[in-house]
Design a binder for this molecule. Structure first.
Ligand code: SAM
Length: 215
């Protein structure tokens, strides 16, 4: 199931803030170096949304779960308040070595603290206080319930979490699909909808993005 009609793909990008040369180069290098994985990268219109959400929360502290080659982390880092920082979580030294090069070129490397470890361990090791202003979850889908819980407890009131791929190409409503990742996404979607600590809005952006605001 296509969530967004493919005929609108270019139109959406053309009417969102454009990618600059650096992001275009990163997308191109990712496609060239990692053709089988490049589709994991966020799209240009989603990156524009991430920058705007980071700016709107006035983020001093942001957390990203799932960095890959760095496209979304650059979008978030560019939206941080002066002096702000981004904790980026991933398990791949190889993929994030591309990210590091582009962070340096973008001049945001000093704002990003990359933690190479299973994200659940990285998040659990963060201080328990409500200090996170903005978080973006875009890693292994089975981990989403844990990532959400660890982040929502550390989110400041008024802070925001964005979760990517919450529609799983429409499989969330196809009960014949009982794969582990789709079941995990259904579970976190249900948890969020019933969570009295937050308000939420599920948007049909690309593969589905849920925005969660802590009350
Ligand atoms: C969908 S990609 C992220 C794409 C990225 N947001 C972007 O825009 O380019 C998912 C990433 O999650 C990472 N990942 C997978 N399992 C993980 C885990 N348990 N902890 C942390 N990162 C993980 C993968 O290495 C991969 O880089």
């Amino acid at each position: 199931m296509q969530i967004v009609n493919p005929a609108l793909d270019d139109y959406l990008n053309d009417h969102s803030s454009p990618a600059d040369e650096l992001l275009r180069d990163l997308a191109e290098e990712t496609r060239r170096a990692l053709p089988d994985s490049a589709r994991m990268q966020v799209s240009q219109d989603e990156a524009a949304l991430l920058t705007m959400l980071t700016q709107l929360t006035g983020a001093q502290l942001a957390v990203e779960v799932g960095t890959f080659t760095g496209y979304s982390s650059i979008a978030i880092a560019r939206g941080l308040a002066p002096g702000g920082r981004l904790i980026a979580c991933d398990v791949s030294e190889e993929w994030t070595s591309i990210a590091r090069r582009y962070w340096e070129r973008a001049g945001v490397d000093e704002r990003i603290d990359l933690r190479i470890a299973p994200a659940a361990d990285t998040l659990r090791a963060l201080p328990a206080q409500e200090t996170v202003d903005f978080a973006f979850i875009d890693a292994d889908k089975v981990g989403y319930p844990v990532y959400y819980e660890e982040l929502v407890t550390r989110l400041r009131p008024g802070g925001l979490i964005a979760l990517d791929n919450v529609l799983q190409g429409g499989l969330v409503v196809d009960e014949s699909d009982q794969s582990e990742s789709v079941r995990a996404i259904r579970a976190v979607n249900d948890t969020i909808a019933a969570d009295e600590r937050v308000s939420c809005a599920m948007l049909p952006v690309r593969d589905g993005v849920t925005l969660v605001r802590k009350l």
